[in-house]
Design a protein around this ligand. Structure first.
Ligand SMILES: *Cc1c(COP(=O)(O)O)cnc(C)c1O
Length: 370
């Protein structure tokens, strides 16, 4: 009984005429890999990270992985990460040979709980990786001083949080480095792509070497590096998207306001004092039969999805012993509850007023058992 209109997608990546023209312009130019477009994108992205150095790479996962490598995090080291995130956060830790240590989250922000992090800091801790999940910053005003006290590097996973702020400060401008993703469903994209932000010029240089076989001058390799370069086609698309990001974020916030005001059947997402949420996802909680609730929404043409149904520590590669070491029995109650209760509703900037109205009405009706 899909009441009126086509299904409303959960996400709606934009590839508009401007993006297409930018890509074609680069293809015709012949300068297609890590050329002038990448340099310009890095310069312009600085506006999102308090003017920090920016280093473009080929994905958000690469951004995290290269940052850990550049910081010298590797075998024998531990990195404290949330288990309630996309697997890429912990994968980056494992890819450099380090060990993820999972700490629980705060139920409102879904970010790392500073007290839980403090309890996990030990002699092998090398870094803390807060994830700004759904576009809501983790509590950096508590996590950063905690890291400073123990002389630990903070690597912000800002892959879902372009432009989010806590007390006026932009994510990606708190820690030693921040990692952003430009995958098509993120708040802005470059088809595929990623960016590292850092205030440390030496770290930025190491990142530039690592992404390009360890070379600054061609064939004068200084260190062992990978190929994680961004293409100029990607950078050109990203530059177009960057000019639209502020408007899209404003639209996401307006959409969230409508949902906040209208939804009665589910717990709407709280925003912590002093936080500028960018609503990568509009994520609600429902303590009842979530699967049935979501199926009824799908039936009505209302897009919905769970990010993430399985905590990382319960995924296969994280349930298996590494190097013969038995896997810890993680006790993460808020992570478990979030994985059980959350689901996300459409909040993307392409939504119309009529679609928002259908979402509110549909969710409330399903909640009331109608
Ligand atoms: C998308 C995402 C990543 C990885 O970004 P890719 O560009 O897909 O590699 C990492 N962490 C989080 C939290 C993400 O949402």
């Amino acid at each position: 009984m899909a009441a009126g209109g086509a299904p409303i997608p959960a996400a709606q990546p934009v590839i508009g005429e401007e993006e297409i023209e930018a890509a074609v312009r680069v293809l015709r130019s012949g300068r297609v890999v890590q050329g002038p477009e990448v340099a310009a994108f890095e310069e312009e992205f600085g506006e999102l990270v308090d003017g920090r150095h920016c280093v473009a790479v080929n994905s958000g996962t690469s951004a995290l992985q290269l940052t850990l490598l550049a910081l010298g995090v590797g075998p024998g080291d531990q990195v404290i990460v949330p288990s309630f995130s996309f697997a890429a956060s912990a994968n980056a830790v494992r890819l450099v040979g380090a060990e993820p240590v999972f700490a629980d989250i705060e139920p409102g922000s879904y970010g790392l709980d500073p007290d839980a992090v403090a309890a996990e800091i030990g002699p092998r801790t090398a870094a803390i990786m807060p994830v700004h999940l759904y576009g809501h910053p983790a509590d950096m005003d508590r996590l950063q001083p905690l890291a400073d006290k123990h002389q630990l590097a903070v690597v912000e996973d800002a892959c879902q949080a372009h432009g989010a702020t806590q007390n006026g400060r932009q994510v990606g401008a708190f820690g030693a480095a921040g990692a952003f993703s430009f995958y098509p469903t993120k708040n802005m994209h470059s088809l595929e792509g990623g960016m590292v932000s850092t205030a440390d010029a030496a770290l930025a240089r190491t990142l530039r070497l690592l992404r390009n076989q360890g070379m600054e001058q061609r064939y004068a390799n200084e260190i062992v590096g990978a190929n994680m370069r961004m293409t100029d086609v990607a950078a050109a698309v990203g530059r177009v998207q960057l000019t639209k990001l502020a408007g899209w974020t404003e639209q996401r916030r307006q959409n969230a306001k409508v949902l906040d005001a209208g939804l009665t059947a589910v717990e709407t997402p709280p925003v912590a004092e002093g936080v500028g949420h960018v609503y990568h996802q509009y994520t609600v909680r429902y303590a009842g039969d979530r699967d049935a609730f979501m199926a009824a929404l799908t039936e009505r043409g209302i897009g919905n999805a769970v990010y993430y149904p399985t905590p990382i520590h319960e995924l296969k590669p994280y349930r298996e012993p590494v190097g013969g070491k038995p896997v810890r029995a993680w006790d993460l109650p808020e992570t478990a509850r979030a994985a059980r209760e959350v689901f996300s509703l459409p909040v993307h900037p392409s939504l119309t007023a009529e679609q928002l109205d259908r979402i509110v009405t549909g969710v409330n009706e399903v909640g009331e058992g109608r």
